[in-house]
Design a protein around this ligand. Structure first.
Ligand code: ATP
Ligand SMILES: Cc1cn([C@H]2C[C@H](O)[C@@H](COP(=O)(O)O)O2)c(=O)[nH]c1=O
Length: 728
C-alpha cells in the first residue's frame, strides 16, 4: 500500500484566488492570532495588562538586583581574586536552592491560592532585597555584609522558586488559549529583551549621576544600593497590584482542587504526570536538551573565541549575537511559521538550534560564527516561546504548577552541570592546526564539544518532535514550507485502508471504461472483492453534478472555478461515501478518473493554477491518493474520433478545442513523469486485450495474494449501505 496514501497530508490553503485577494483573506482569518491586532486584543484583557506592566517593572528590578548584588558583594572586598570570588559566589548562590526546593514549589503552586502565594513571596522579596544594602549601613565588616548578601540572595531565590510556578500556572487562566502565544511573546521580550538592557543602562547611568563631578556618593546612594532599593520597591508594587488589582489569579480554570491529597502524594503525582504524558515528556526532554546544548556553548564560548584567533571582543560579540537571535526568534518566529503546528515547531526549533551549533563548531571565520550564534539564538528563542506556550496551553490547571516547577528546577541543574563540565573539559584538551586546502581549520576540544552539543541538540529535537507530533505521517518540510507560505498541511483523515485503490486516467475515448470493466472482471475471477466506480457521477449528488458540468446546455457559461469546485464537490462525496468505505472493508476499488483529471482538465485545460486545483482536490479527498494510476495515453484526435464514432454526440468538455485536449494530454504525461512508481503509462492505441493484460499484470504486483477473506457478516452489513455504489 502506498505510503503517500496512508500519510494523507492536505494543503489547507484557503482558496483559489490569487495575489492580493488571497492575502487579504488569509490575514482576515488570522487576525485573531497574530500581528498588531492580536497584540492589542491581548492588551485589552485587563488582568493580563496589569500583570504585564508590574512584571515588566519587577523584571527591571530583578535584573538591576542581580547586577547590583553581584557588584555590591565584590565592592565590599579588595583585590581582584577576592572580588571575582565574591561576584561568582553570589551568582552561584542564586542557583543552589533550585536543587532542593524546586519540586516543592510546584506542589505549593498547585495546592495553595496562587495569588496569595505570589503576594506573600513578593512581600518577602521586598524585605530581603531592601535588607542587603540596609545591613551594610549598620556594619563596616565585609564578612557580615557579604555573608548577609549571600544569605539574602539564597532566600530570595528560594522565594522566587515558589513565585514563578504560581505565576506561570496562573497566566494561562487569564488569557484565552488563542492569545497565549502572543501574551508569552510579550512577556518574554519584556523580561529577557528589554529589561536586562534597560537594567544595564540604568545602573551605568546611576553610577555616572551619583559620581558626577568626581564626588563619592554616600554609601546609601551608591548605584548598586539604589538598584537594590528599586528592586525591593518593584516587588512591593507587584505584591500590591496582584493583591488588589488582579484577583482573577485566585481563580482556577479546570479540575478539582487537590488539597485533600498529601503534599508528598501531590509531589509524586506531578513527577508521574511528567513521565507518563508524551507531550510533557517531549517538552521536558526538548527543553533540557536545548539548555544542555546552550550550557555547553556558554561553557566553551571563551575558548571558542580564542580558537577563531579573536580576542575578548569576539567573545562578547558572539554572546550578544546569541541574545539578538533569541530576541528575533521570539519576536519574529510566530509571524514566519504562521499556522505551523506548535508541537512540530518546538521540535524543529531545537533541531535548528542544534544544527546551528554545528555551524559554530565548523566556523573558520568570525562572520560564520556570528551567523551560527544568531541561528542558535533564534532556534532557542523559538523553542522557548513554543515550549512555554505549549506548557501553559496544554497542561491541565491542576498540575501546571508542578510541571513548571519541574522544568525550572531541571533547567537550572542541567544548565549548571553543562556549563561546569564543558568549561572544565575544554581546559583539558589541546588544540592543533589541520590544514585542508588553504583553510587553516583548528580542531580543538572546544570544537569537538560544540560538535557533540550540536548533535545532541539535533537528537533531542528529533526525539521531542517524535514524542509530541500531532500530525504523524504528514511530511515535515512541505508542512513547514507550506506554513511559511500560509498553507500548512493538515493531518489526513484518520483512516486505515485495507484495500487497494486503482485509478484509470486519460483523455476522451482513450478506452478507460473498456479497461475498467476488463480489469474488474479479471480481478473478480481471481477472487477479489471489487468495487467499480467513476468520477463524476458515482453518487446521487454526483449524478446531478455530472449533468451540470457535462450537459451541453445547462453548463454552457460555467466559470472555470465553478467547474473546478463542482468536480471537487463530486469527489468529496464520492470518496467519503464510496471509496473510503470500500477500501476500509478491504475491497479493490477501480475508479474511472480521479484527481489527475482535475489537474489536467481544470489545471492545464482551463489554465487554472494547478497547485490550487491540487489543494482543492486534496482537501476534498482528505488526502486519499491512489495506489496505482493507469494512464491510457492517446492522441486526442484519435480519441475524439472514437468518441464521435459512438454517435452519441459530444458533451461540454468533449466539445472543447483540440489544443485544449492536447494540453490535457501533456498534463497527464507530466504527472506520470513526476511519480513513475505510481503510474503505469500505456499506449492506448494497442488492442484492447493487450492493454488489459498489461494492466492486470501491473495491478497483480500490488494486490494481496491470496485475496483477503471477506469481512465479518455484521461489518459487511454495515458496509452494504455503500455497495449500491458499485456502478457506473
Ligand atoms: N484499445 C482500443 N482500440 C480501439 N478502440 C477502442 C479501444 N478501447 C476502447 N475502444 C473504443 O473506443 C470507444 C471509447 O472507449 P471507452 O468508452 O472505453 O473510452 P473512455 O476513455 O471511457 O471514453 P470517455 O472519455 O468518453 O469516457 C469505444 O467505442 C470503445 O469500444
Ligand atoms: C473527474 C473529472 C472529469 N473531467 C471531465 C473529463 C471528461 O470530459 C468528463 C468526464 O467524462 P467521462 O466520459 O466520464 O470520462 O469530465 C474534468 O474536467 N475534471 C474532473 O475532475
Amino acid at each position: 500500500m502506498s505510503r503517500q496514501r496512508r500519510s494523507g497530508a492536505i494543503d489547507t490553503d484557503s482558496g483559489t484566488e490569487s495575489g492580493g485577494a488571497r492575502k487579504k483573506k488569509a490575514s482576515a482569518t488570522q487576525v485573531d492570532l497574530s500581528g498588531f491586532k492580536a497584540l492589542r486584543s491581548v492588551m485589552r484583557i485587563r488582568p493580563f495588562r496589569r500583570l504585564w506592566v508590574v512584571t515588566g517593572v519587577a523584571s527591571l528590578g530583578d535584573w538591576l538586583g542581580l547586577l547590583a548584588t553581584a557588584t555590591f558583594a565584590s565592592a565590599q572586598v579588595s583585590g581582584s581574586a577576592a572580588k571575582g570570588l565574591a561576584f561568582g559566589s553570589v551568582i552561584a548562590v542564586r542557583l543552589l536552592p533550585a536543587l532542593v526546593l524546586g519540586p516543592v514549589a510546584g506542589v505549593m503552586a498547585d495546592r495553595f491560592d496562587r495569588r496569595l502565594t505570589m503576594v506573600i513571596c513578593d512581600l518577602l522579596r521586598f524585605v530581603l532585597f531592601a535588607s542587603i544594602p540596609a545591613v551594610a549601613l549598620f556594619t563596616e565588616a565585609p564578612e557580615i555584609t557579604i555573608g548577609w548578601a549571600a544569605i539574602a540572595t539564597f532566600l530570595i531565590e528560594t522565594v522566587t522558586l515558589m513565585w514563578i510556578p504560581a505565576k506561570e500556572a496562573a497566566v494561562p487562566n487569564l488569557i484565552p488559549k488563542a492569545r497565549l502565544e502572543i501574551a508569552n511573546q510579550l512577556t518574554l521580550i519584556t523580561t529577557y529583551g528589554i529589561t536586562p538592557v534597560l537594567a544595564g543602562l540604568s545602573i551605568a547611568a546611576l553610577d555616572r549621576v551619583t559620581r558626577a563631578g568626581g564626588t563619592t556618593p554616600p554609601e546609601w546612594a551608591e548605584a548598586s544600593n539604589l538598584a537594590l532599593y528599586f528592586n525591593a520597591l518593584s516587588r512591593l508594587a507587584m505584591a500590591l497590584v496582584v493583591f488588589v488589582g488582579i484577583k482573577e489569579i485566585s481563580g482556577r480554570a479546570v479540575g478539582p482542587r487537590t488539597e485533600h491529597q498529601s503534599m508528598l502524594r501531590q509531589f509524586v503525582e506531578g513527577w508521574k504526570y511528567v513521565g507518563k504524558t508524551p507531550l510533557v515528556r517531549g517538552l521536558v526532554f526538548g527543553i533540557l536538551g536545548a539548555f544542555a546544548g546552550g550550557g555547553i556553548v556558554i561553557g566553551t564560548a571563551q575558548f571558542f573565541a580564542k580558537s577563531l584567533n579573536a580576542g575578548d571582543a569576539a567573545f562578547y560579540l558572539l554572546f550578544g549575537t546569541l541574545f539578538v537571535g533569541l530576541g528575533v526568534g521570539i519576536a519574529v518566529g510566530p509571524a514566519v511559521v504562521r499556522d505551523l503546528s506548535r508541537r512540530r515547531w518546538f521540535g524543529m526549533s531545537i533541531v535548528l538550534a542544534g544544527a546551528s551549533v554545528l555551524v559554530l563548531a565548523a566556523s573558520i571565520h568570525l562572520t560564520m560564527a556570528l551567523l551560527g550564534a544568531l541561528l542558535v539564538g533564534a532556534g532557542a528563542g523559538m523553542a522557548f516561546l513554543s515550549g512555554v506556550t505549549l506548557l501553559g496551553g496544554e497542561v491541565g490547571d491542576d498540575v501546571r504548577g508542578r510541571v513548571f516547577a519541574f522544568v525550572q528546577t531541571a533547567v537550572r541543574v542541567v544548565l549548571m552541570l553543562a556549563i561546569a563540565l564543558s568549561s572544565s573539559l575544554v581546559g583539558l584538551g589541546g588544540s592543533r592546526q589541520l590544514t585542508i586546502a588553504d583553510l587553516g581549520i583548528s580542531i580543538s576540544s572546544t570544537r569537538l564539544l560544540l560538535l557533540a552539543a550540536g548533535l545532541f541538540g539535533i537528537f533531542t529535537g528529533i526525539s521531542a518532535f517524535r514524542q509530541m507530533d500531532d500530525k504523524p505521517g504528514v511530511p515535515v518540510l512541505p508542512d513547514l514550507w507550506g506554513s511559511i507560505r500560509g498553507r500548512p498541511l493538515s493531518a489526513g483523515e484518520k483512516f486505515v485502508p485495507r484495500g487497494v485503490f486503482v485509478v484509470f486516467e486519460g483523455g476522451e475515448g482513450a478506452g478507460k471504461s473498456t479497461q475498467v470493466t476488463a480489469l474488474a472482471d479479471a480481478l473478480r475471477r481471481d477472487g477479489h472483492d471489487v468495487v467499480v466506480t467513476r468520477e463524476p457521477g458515482a453518487t446521487d449528488v454526483g449524478q446531478r453534478i455530472r449533468s451540470l458540468v457535462l450537459g451541453r446546455h445547462s453548463g454552457a457559461g460555467l466559470a472555470p472555478r465553478a467547474e473546478a469546485l463542482l468536480y471537487a464537490a463530486d469527489r468529496a462525496d464520492h470518496v467519503a461515501t464510496v471509496v473510503r468505505p470500500a477500501l476500509g472493508r478491504g475491497a479493490v476499488v477501480i475508479s474511472d478518473r480521479y484527481v489527475d483529471s482535475s489537474l489536467a482538465y481544470q489545471g492545464a485545460g482551463r489554465t487554472l493554477p494547478v497547485e490550487e486545483v491540487s489543494w482543492l482536490s486534496s482537501w476534498a479527498t482528505g488526502g486519499l491518493k491512489p495506489d496505482l494510476v493507469v494512464l491510457l495515453d492517446i492522441d486526442p484526435r484519435a480519441g475524439l474520433e472514437r468518441v464521435a464514432a459512438r454517435g452519441a454526440g459530444a458533451d461540454r468538455l468533449e466539445s472543447e478545442s483540440v489544443s485544449f485536449h492536447d494540453r490535457v494530454r501533456y498534463a497527464f504525461l507530466d504527472l506520470a513523469d513526476a511519480d513513475p512508481k505510481r503510474y503505469l503509462v500505456v499506449d492506448a492505441t494497442q488492442p484492447t486485450g493487450e492493454i488489459a493484460a498489461l494492466v492486470h499484470d501491473r495491478v497483480g504486483d500490488i494486490l494481496p495474494d491470496p485475496p483477503p477473506p471477506p469481512p465479518a457478516e455484521e461489518v459487511a452489513d454495515a458496509l452494504n449501505t455503500f455497495a449500491e455504489a458499485d456502478r457506473p
